[in-house]
Design a protein. Sequence first.
Length: 65
Amino acid sequence: MTNYTQGAVIGAATTLPATTAAGLIMLNRANAWIIAGLLLLTGVNLVLSAAMISRYLINKRRANE
């Protein structure tokens, strides 16, 4: 059975900091350091998500051999 919950959590963790940063910018309450931190967190989450997807695909390919 496919587990979609983990993918949803990973997707939310990747996009939520960027969404928060955009909201702060639109409200004109943007502290540059907070925005930079949120965008850095988004970048780290994106790299980790890509690594998890790559690892999943490699393991799936090995299991099919």
